[in-house]
Write a protein that binds this ligand. Structure first.
Ligand SMILES: NC(=O)c1ccc[n+]([C@@H]2O[C@H](COP(=O)([O-])OP(=O)(O)OC[C@H]3O[C@@H](n4cnc5c(N)ncnc54)[C@H](O)[C@@H]3O)[C@@H](O)[C@H]2O)c1
Length: 339
């Protein structure tokens, strides 16, 4: 039998691949197109929930297969929002890429950084499709890891932006992101002391928080605006979420599953903490359907559009294949003799 060798990629190996926003967006758009075409296999994330520090803790298993791309694998990813108390990231985990012809594992890689890239790419793609063409103002709440990645991708995909408003409960996080963003964005960057100043009247709203506070009020969500939240719908009040004229998700079975399992979820202090406040709104389209023009994105200058990407394993698999292929070409990482 031939020996099997697996490529191991640490976070710094993945970073050294210098994946650009356009390369990542291209890989993610291929996955979204396969989602719309139905040429994939994916299941709602199954998981375990060690609730030690927070009832919302999870570790999810996310297998997926993309038939046209010929990519398959599994992400085993944890989200522990209180990890900052131990100077550790919120999202951590491993991703395995498998060969679709033989099933053998080809690579095992750190998946936290890749998750940031894929989530930011998905949000920025759907923002590009749904925001008004004349959108100039972006309000970003949550300036942690995902917020930082999102800002880079949103600026890349929406070149018309002129003003960025940042909001976080940690002033240092806003200041750090402001300084970083100043290196690639030439417009105005404002630090906001409250949610109203950040959100009210913004053309594009993006929430990347890890708290359980419902931030977005309906009267701050102006007509013609687009909003995307990556915490499920948890950062929106029920009224803001249900005020949307069009409601978009990445995958309907995934959204329905998270709606179902979170209906009785409560925060540490006993407050209801559903994935979609007020229940799952009626879904207009999936992100894949919009990106492939199966369904039109914006059809009026006044409609409010909300997108909630829960996070699809097919996107991780597409990005994992890009990372693995680049790493193999460059000889990045270490080989582990499996058999
Ligand atoms: N949908 C997806 O595909 C997907 C993928 C990855 C992560 N996530 C989610 O994204 C969220 C952010 O993850 P992260 O890795 O960036 O976490 P992080 O801890 O690095 O950043 C979260 C930031 O939110 C800030 N914050 C908390 N409460 C806030 C509030 N009330 N107002 C403003 N800011 C607030 C924190 O201070 C922190 O800076 C988590 O909820 C995570 O589960 C979703």
């Amino acid at each position: 039998m031939k020996p099997i060798e697996v490529r191991l990629l640490s976070r710094s190996d993945v970073l050294s691949l210098d994946l650009t926003p356009s390369q990542v967006v291209e890989a993610i758009e291929r996955a979204l197109a396969e989602h719309a075409a139905g040429t994939f296999e994916m299941h709602p994330k199954i998981g375990v929930h060690p609730t030690g520090t927070d009832p919302a803790n999870f570790i999810h298993a996310m297998p997926a297969y993309l038939k046209q791309l010929g990519a398959c694998g599994l992400k085993w990813v944890a989200g522990f929002a209180r990890n900052y108390q131990h100077d550790l990231p919120n999202v951590t985990g491993l991703q395995v890429c498998n060969d679709t012809a033989t099933g053998i594992p080809l690579a095992v890689m750190e998946c936290g950084y890749l998750t940031g890239l894929r989530t930011a790419a998905v949000s920025s793609i759907i923002a590009r499709e749904c925001a008004l063409p004349e959108a100039r103002t972006l309000a970003l709440a949550g300036c942690g890891f995902e917020g930082t990645m999102h800002l880079r991708f949103l600026v890349d995909q929406i070149p018309g932006l002129r003003e960025i408003r940042l909001r976080d409960i940690r002033p240092a996080a806003m200041q750090t992101l402001k300084e970083q963003a100043g290196q690639y964005f030439s417009g105005e960057i404002r630090i906001c002391e409250d949610n109203r100043t950040c959100f009210a009247g913004a053309d594009i709203i993006c929430t990347c928080t890890n708290g359980d506070e419902q931030l977005l009020q309906p009267d701050w969500f102006r007509q013609g605006a687009f909003a995307v939240g990556i915490e499920g719908g948890c950062a929106f009040t029920a009224e803001a979420l249900h005020s949307a004229d069009k409601f978009i998700v990445d995958d309907i079975p995934l959204a329905e599953y998270f709606d179902r399992i979170s209906r009785d979820r409560v925060t540490e202090d006993g407050k209801p903490d559903p994935e979609f406040p007020g229940g799952l709104p009626e879904v207009y389209a999936t992100i894949g359907e919009v990106v492939t023009r199966r369904k039109p994105a914006r059809t009026s200058a006044t409609e409010r559009i909300v997108a909630i990407p829960i996070g699809m394993a097919i996107c991780d698999v597409a990005l994992g294949q890009l990372a693995w292929t680049k790493a193999a070409e460059r000889g990045t990482g270490q080989m582990f003799r499996l058999t």
